[in-house]
Write a protein that binds this ligand. Structure first.
Ligand code: DAH
Length: 341
């Protein structure tokens, strides 16, 4: 076989082999085989030294033609493979913008917070400020200063968790009254919401942890009429314009006189129904005129100033507000319950 025939042979086999290529690695191998430094064409070109002066340009031209042919073929295959892999890539990266998005669950306020925020709005709207106090409290602030000396029988109804003999988890928000009076002069108008504790077993209406909202107003010439007017405005805002108030005499050591405050049943409007147990009224809070001893313990002269105070259970308010019949629901974190608000 002369060189010309060899070259023609290379062209033919290259055409057949290149025609079968379907993937990148095969193409790389073919490049090396035909065009590489140790490739078949190169080998022939190296042997051209033995040719005569007439033959050399002819063979050289043929070799170049074959080389050009192979190069063209290879770059065509290269382009085809590239196109194919791009199409595959695109297919894999395809984004279907019509698929519905994943919904992210957004939380919302706990029912107790909903009602607490309403209560705060109502009272701040009447010029009250929000005060706070510690949940771990001294016996002095929780009892003594509120006219409940050691051995006072009313302490029995407020058994709690003791840290030491004189330090405890507060049973009521009333100690904030004393703490606030110690640091502020009248006129005082505050509500003090917060956690309170009692060692009560858990049932539908009791929990060792619950919440109260304390109210305190101290100024010159404050009377029971201010107490009633303020609480009536509060009850109307919370339970509706038609709400009526009923004050029943009661006893609290830190107020004199003291009362329990009922609101007309928001279910039956006062007629009597299962909600109010036929009473027409529902008790919502305790209140009274601040006892002179309590004012004194807060550093305020009872001869010059008078005041009223009240304490509301937040769980109770919320249960009535949303007709919830079991207090345990507030603390169990059951989403079937919580997601209803
Ligand atoms: N601290 C009382 C309790 O937990 C509620 C209360 C009653 C608070 C009368 C007051 C008040 O400020 O004047 O039972």
């Amino acid at each position: 076989m002369n060189m010309k025939e060899q070259l023609e042979n290379i062209r033919l086999t290259a055409e057949i082999e290149l025609g079968k290529i379907t993937a990148e690695p095969e193409l790389e191998a073919a490049k090396i085989k035909y065009l590489g430094k140790k490739g078949e064409l190169t080998a022939i070109l190296k042997g051209m030294g033995s040719l005569s002066a007439e033959e050399r340009p002819v063979i050289g031209q043929t070799a170049n033609t074959v080389r050009g042919f192979i190069e063209e073929k290879i770059s065509a295959i290269e382009a085809g493979l590239k196109e194919k892999s791009n199409a595959l890539k695109l297919e894999a990266e395809k984004l279907d913008v019509t698929i519905p998005g994943k919904k992210r669950g957004i939380g919302h306020k706990h029912p107790l917070s909903i009602v607490l925020d309403e209560v705060k709005d109502i009272f701040t709207g009447m010029g009250f400020q929000i005060a706070t106090g510690p949940e771990v409290e001294w016996d002095y602030y929780n009892f003594e200063a509120l006219n409940l000396p050691k051995n006072h029988p009313a302490r029995d109804t407020q058994d709690t968790f003791y840290i030491t003999e004189n330090m405890l988890l507060r049973t009521q928000t009333s100690p904030v009254q004393i703490r606030y009076m110690e640091k502020n002069r009248p006129p005082i108008r505050i509500i003090a919401p917060g956690r309170t504790y009692r060692s009560d077993p858990v049932d539908a209406t009791h929990s060792p942890l619950f919440h109260q909202i304390e109210g305190l107003v101290v100024d010159k010439g404050i009377t029971m009429a201010d107490l009633k007017g303020t609480l009536l405005a509060f009850a109307k805002r919370l339970y509706g314009e038609g709400t009526k108030l009923r004050l029943r005499p009661h006893h609290f050591p830190f107020t004199e006189p003291s009362c329990e405050v009922d609101v007309s049943c928001f279910k039956c409007g006062g007629e009597g129904c299962p909600m109010c147990k036929g009473e027409g009224f529902i008790e919502i809070l305790g209140a009274g005129m601040v006892h002179p001893n309590v004012l004194k313990n807060g550093g305020i002269d009872p001869e010059e100033y008078s005041g009223f105070a009240f304490g509301v259970g937040l769980e109770r308010l919320t249960m009535f507000r949303f007709a919830i019949d079991d207090l345990r629901l507030f603390f169990e974190n059951d989403l079937r319950f919580l997601s209803q608000f």
